[in-house]
Design a protein around this ligand. Structure first.
Ligand code: ADP
Ligand code: MG
Length: 385
């Protein structure tokens, strides 16, 4: 330890970041054990529902998805893991991973069939390297449903399951989502060991329901909200206790207060408090000491990354929504705050939704998809000069 530091920054256990596994994954036991049961049932030829994880940014969707993927691997599943990024890159990645699984599964009929389905979809996607020499089938994007069924069958023949884990799924092309769900549905009807976990912003539930009438029943929904005060306490104190460091209850309360229970904020406040702390046990004053660092980091990274994606023409919409304070607001109110009518601003709203900056919690309403974003906007994008 050197200088003013009381706690070694190298040993700092907290993990603020995107998809960075937290030192203590709290509040997810129920979802993890329900998924374990679903995966074991499928392997025993019993049916089970798939999982849809929703929540605002920074609530822990990616981390949970990764945890469940690791669980799947442990239970004999081959995992196809993709992040929907818009455009054909998503599908390209899915096909590449599907092909790898099938090729490793051996050389029976089911394998040949799966390779043919992969081929027909590949032909609709530039740059997947559809192979020369293999029997050519026509390009057919709808064969995406077959890909899932056929890969699951090929895997099953090799005594394996397949898990499809899709992150940022609200960005999937609507038609591709429909095709994927059709495949998931058919695999279930055929008793194949295919388990799907999709994660995304809260409007993903609506997207899934729109993609297919039966889709809602395919999934169980884990809607991740903020952690409870007890869960925040666990996330903060357990990793410290493991290396002999104690947090005073008042310090934990302060983190609860600053973070509102949002996991990314919990990690951020705990991380910066650790580095700034001079008291033992870590005190509420230490949390206050860390404030400038925590806030500056949030402004410069978490929020800035989102602000950077907002085209100049949409900034006024973002300002107007922020001026109404936290929580969902009617589209009409936002338009009024801009001195316009709802139809006049509809295009801005739609673009911000597709950028994942805002979402529609229900018809005619909008809310920031990023917790505390309204405060950040007030700090960083004050009213035009
Ligand atoms: N259950 C949890 N308990 C404690 N910290 C968590 C939990 N889930 C996520 N985190 C932390 O929150 C941050 C955001 O997690 P991430 O999975 O990237 O969120 P999302 O994908 O919803 O935006 C990471 O720093 C991660 O370590
Ligand atoms: Mg994520």
């Amino acid at each position: 330890m050197s200088g003013e530091e009381r706690y070694d920054p190298v040993a700092n256990p907290y993990a603020p970041g995107a998809g960075t596994p937290p030192p203590a994954l709290v509040g997810r036991d129920e979802t993890i054990s329900a998924t374990e049961i679903a995966l074991r049932r499928l392997r025993a030829a019993r049916t089970s529902q798939h999982l849809l994880i929703t929540g605002l940014r920074g609530v822990g969707k990616t981390v949970l998805l990764a945890k469940l993927a690791a669980l799947g691997e442990h239970l004999g599943y081959r995992v196809i893991r993709i992040e929907a990024v818009g455009g054909d890159d998503t599908l390209r990645s899915l096909l590449r991973q599907a092909r790898r699984i099938v090729e490793a599964a051996g050389g029976g009929n089911s394998v040949r069939r799966a390779l043919r389905s992969i081929e027909s979809v590949s032909l609709t996607v530039a740059g997947t390297g559809a192979s020369v020499g293999r029997r050519v089938t026509g390009p057919d994007r709808d064969a995406l449903a077959d890909v899932l069924v056929d890969v699951a069958r090929a895997a099953a023949d090799a005594d394996l399951g397949v898990m499809v884990a899709i992150d940022e799924a609200q960005r999937l092309d609507r038609h591709d989502l429909r095709r994927i769900l059709a495949g998931v549905h058919r695999a279930g009807q055929d008793g194949l060991p295919l388990h799907t976990v999709v994660a995304g912003l809260p409007n993903l539930v609506g997207e899934v329901a729109r993609a297919a009438t039966y889709a809602e029943r395919l999934f169980r929904v884990a809607d991740l909200g903020p952690l409870s005060p007890d869960q925040v306490a666990e996330a903060v104190t357990v990793p410290a206790a493991e290396i002999g460091v104690t947090w005073a209850p008042a310090a934990v309360d302060r983190v609860v207060d600053r973070s509102d229970g949002y996991p990314f904020f919990v990690q951020t406040w705990a991380f910066h408090t650790w580095n700034a702390a001079i008291d033992d046990p870590i005190s509420a004053a230490d949390v206050d000491r860390a404030s400038p660092h925590a806030e500056a980091t949030l402004d410069a990274s978490f929020f800035a990354a989102r602000i950077a994606r907002i085209p100049a023409s949409e900034v006024a919409y973002v300002r107007a929504l922020a001026s109404l304070g936290p929580g969902p607001h009617r589209s009409g109110e936002v338009a009024a705050a801009m001195g316009k009518t709802t139809p006049q601003v509809a295009a801005f709203r739609d673009r911000l939704i597709s950028e994942g900056v805002i979402y529609a919690p229900r018809y005619g309403w909008v809310e920031f998809a990023i917790p505390h974003f309204d405060r950040h906007v007030a700090r960083e994008l004050p009213d035009r000069p």
